[in-house]
Design a protein around this ligand. Structure first.
Ligand code: NDP
Length: 788
């Protein structure tokens, strides 16, 4: 036998990791209770935690009930006052100590994670635990520097955190580290299948002397998570898990004003152009989809290959798949471990069977499955079409679907054809091409010539139905902080209006203010009008009573104007200046109208118009300044964070300061490249219908700003239901906010609702800057490795 034959034929010997330490830890600790107020409670309502690779029972865990959640929230609330008042340095020391302790116990953590979850030791040892440690170190730095990096910010309070089973300790660290750094206290529920590493983490919290009640861990099932979500005294919920449960939580929190971040599912595209490093890309796709058995939210599960390399690529990929070693997760030679449980195996196998039944070509890697345990072979489907269920649905297992494309436009069309928007991977040796594709992908993360990279300094999170909010980096910290003035907002004092007299009917030529859709004045579809009254209750004019069809037309026009996002920030800035300039020409006329409609005195009306002009200038100034950051993760790569527009934003403006508020919201959204459909307030429609004449003379491209008049709640609801609307800003009462946020759940729009609170629109520091710009943008992190 020569050497090359030995390479081909010699089997790998087993190299099992020693699990003694982990087993003795489990044995020592017996049945696990909850970790509340710094101590473990007695185990109660126990259920078993199973090793999915062997079926053996590892430990008994307590199923948290409402009263357990109540105790945990109470402890977190009590601890909040002290914890939020500790200095950044004190909090940094605790986070640093936690990082050190995990580092010292890294092997125990890695083995425990592998036993409990089924993931291979190679991954828990080299990926999960090192990233956890990095997360706590990184966030020790945020705690230390919080005051100077986030001045005038304050923690939410008590944060409820709910995590899934695929990266148990890593997901815990993504949630706990930033929350604690910001000064919050937490009640965390691990997934029922994987609580052990969270319980070991609780002991670490005890060991480092973390003040009691700062971290509380309540184990249990979905109902335990629901009890945290529904608890009145929880200020923010951070959830990672399925889009289905994410939507349930969104609905439950509607109108409550609680913070919410959602990290949900994905169906990420892995795009390979013909000039890519093919062998590198094959390794990349193996990593993207078969890492962690494909139980990865951002798994590159849709392979898109340029037609000219398809055959060659698939051949290499299949050969590589055949070499993957599947089996004992504790064996350091295993590449693929066990799925989380039998239910998941059955679910994924059913999807595979359906794929075959529907005509897709199936390839599964060589080799036999272990006799027991929850295993599925690496699977590849080809001959699929874009609408097939296996192409659209998140499978959450080791199943890849492959399609081909002819040119970059086709690649983009396929890549963006998904309800999800978590991540994407782009492979090309031509960086010009790759970077041209990057901003056009609607995902929160893009990996260029790499896949599945993470770091605590680089934000992670999705677009569209993959959720909102980020974890990691500055944007991840922001998700655990509120502006202190926002926490102190008071309800708007209700003004008693004079009842309409209707005596002063419109005289002369009948004038009905039009709507403004796609750059043209438009009459309402229904043909109905509503009276607009002045401050004395007399009819001041009429506006069209917009309906569902008018909103549909406006959204269509807005979406057609999507190239607004590709225009240079300089151009967007120039157009906003131009709007300001043109409003300035007509400021007397606008001030008169404000007086008439709102009853403001001359000085107040003048101030509102002048501040509106100033606001247009403020956001014009920001258009080319509110940009991203470049990160330096600890590897040969840069990661740059882009502040991207959200898309089409529906805006229902408030009655207060009707011109200024509408213009502030419009200018912030448009400055960042969004298109808007604006529903002016009850008082403002005549002001805004005059404003379209300003728009018409200011070079605003058609469809970027659309104005639909009518009842704000009715039209707001239509906007919330519309899947073509990506975000909704709604000024109205708390009850209205509840309706709007509930209806927005359909495509998980990002919402901002004022809940009847008194925002000071005149305050340029608050309403003329980052507060609105943050709402108008979402962060995309782009990874680009370097080196030859
Ligand atoms: P689930 O959404 O079912 O569960 C996630 C967590 O929520 C678990 O702790 C679960 O408890 C709990 N939970 C279940 N129902 C409720 C409820 N009504 N209210 C509050 N909490 C509840 O997801 P899985 O755990 O099954 O994880 C798989 C899914 O998670 C995949 O679809 C994947 O896409 C997604 N995921 C997304 C990630 C991301 O970062 N975007 C990361 C990891 C997974 P229990 O375990 O007891 O059911």
């Amino acid at each position: 036998m020569n050497i090359s034959e030995i390479f081909e034929n010699l089997d790998y010997g087993k190299a099992p990791e020693d699990a003694k330490l982990a087993y003795s830890w489990i044995k020592e600790n017996g049945n696990f209770g909850h970790f509340i107020d710094g101590k473990f409670s007695k185990a109660s309502n126990i259920f078993a935690s199973i090793n999915p690779a062997t079926g053996e029972e590892l430990a008994k865990i307590s199923d948290g009930k409402k009263q357990d959640v109540n105790r945990a929230v109470k402890a977190a609330r009590l601890a909040f006052t002290g914890w939020s008042a500790t200095s950044g340095f004190e909090r940094a020391k605790y986070l640093y100590a936690i990082a050190r302790q995990i580092q010292k116990n890294a092997r125990l953590f890695a083995v425990l994670e592998t036993l409990d979850n089924g993931k291979v030791i190679r991954e828990s040892r080299d990926v999960d635990i090192p990233l956890v440690i990095r997360h706590f170190y990184h966030h020790a730095g945020w705690a230390q520097n919080l005051k100077n990096q986030f001045s005038n910010h304050t923690p939410y309070g008590v944060c409820g955190q709910i995590i899934p089973w695929n990266f148990p300790l890593l997901m815990l660290s993504w949630k706990v580290a930033p929350a604690l750094a910001a000064g919050n206290t937490v009640v965390l529920k691990p997934a029922e299948a994987t609580s052990l590493s969270a319980l070991l983490f609780a002991q670490i919290c005890q060991n480092v002397g973390l003040p009691k009640g700062v971290v509380n861990i309540v184990t249990g099932h979905g109902a335990t998570g629901a009890a945290i979500v529904e608890h009145d005294d929880v200020d923010k919920i951070a959830f990672t898990g399925s889009t289905k449960v994410g939507k349930i939580i969104r609905e439950k929190l509607a109108g409550t004003g609680k913070g919410l971040s959602l990290e949900l599912g994905g169906k990420s595209a892995f795009i390979v152009f013909e000039d890519a490093d093919i062998d590198g890309a094959v390794e990349g796709v193996i990593d993207a989809i078969y890492f962690n058995q494909g139980e990865v939210c951002c798994a590159g599960s849709r392979l898109l290959l340029q037609e000219s390399i398809e055959k060659k690529f698939i051949k290499k990929l299949k050969a590589r798949m055949d070499k993957l070693r599947l089996g004992d997760p504790l064996d350091k030679m295993s590449d693929i471990g066990a799925m989380i449980d039998e239910k998941e195996v059955a679910r994924v196998n059913d999807i595979i069977a359906d794929g075959v039944k529907n005509g897709a070509s199936l390839f599964q890697a060589k080799g036999t499955l272990p006799k027991k345990g929850c295993f599925i072979k690496p699977t590849l489907f080809s001959d699929v079409s874009p609408s097939d269920e296996i192409v659209q649905k998140e499978i959450f297992g080791p199943v890849l679907v492959s399609m081909s494309f002819r040119n970059p436009e086709e690649a983009l069309a396929l890549a963006t054809n998904s309800i999800y928007g978590l991540a994407a991977s782009v492979w090309s040796e031509n960086l010009n091409l790759a970077l041209d594709i990057v901003p056009r992908l609607k995902t929160g993360v893009v990996w260029v010539n790499c896949a599945t990279q993470f770091d605590a300094s680089v934000g992670f999170g999705g677009y569209k139905e993959s959720g909102f909010g980020r974890e990691g980096g500055a944007e991840g910290m922001r998700a655990y902080l509120k502006r202190d003035w926002e926490k102190k907002l008071k309800p708007i004092a209700i003004k008693v209006k004079k009842s309409p007299s209707k005596t002063n009917l419109v005289s002369g030529v009948d004038k009905t203010a039009k709507m403004f859709i796609g750059g043209k004045q438009a009459r309402g579809d229904g043909g109905y009008c509503v009276d607009v009254f002045d401050a004395n209750g007399n009819v001041a004019g009429q506006v069209s009573d917009g309906n569902r069809k008018d909103i549909r037309n406006a959204v269509e026009a807005a979406n057609k104007a999507s190239t607004w996002a590709d225009k240079t920030a300089h151009l967007r800035s120039q157009i906003l200046y131009y709007l300001g300039e043109n409003l300035d020409y007509r400021k007397g006329e606008f001030a008169e109208k404000i007086r008439l409609l709102t009853g403001a005195n001359k000085a107040q009306a003048k101030k509102e118009v002048e501040t509106s002009i100033e606001r247009l200038f403020a956001f014009a100034g920001f258009a080319d300044k509110y940009d991203g950051k470049v990160h330096n993760p600890p590897m040969r790569a840069i990661a740059f964070a882009l502040n991207e527009p959200i898309g089409t934003i529906g805006i229902c403006a408030p009655d207060e300061n009707p011109l200024l508020a509408s213009i502030s919201m419009m200018a912030a959204a448009v400055a960042m490249g969004n298109r808007i459909v604006l529903v002016p307030s009850k008082i403002a429609p005549l002001l805004m219908s005059d404003f379209y004449q300003v728009i018409e003379t200011s070079d605003v491209p058609n469809g970027v700003i659309n104005i639909v008049t009518g009842d704000s709640l009715t039209l707001g609801k239509v906007l919330s239901e519309h899947d073509g609307v990506d975000a909704l800003w709604f000024a109205g009462s708390q009850d209205e906010a509840k309706i709007i946020e509930r209806v927005s759940t359909g495509n998980l729009k990002q919402t901002w609702v004022t809940r009847g609170q008194n925002y000071n629109w005149f305050d340029g520091e608050k309403m003329g800057g980052e507060f609105l710009l943050e709402k108008a943008t979402q962060v995309k992190n782009v990874w680009v490795p370097y080196g030859v």
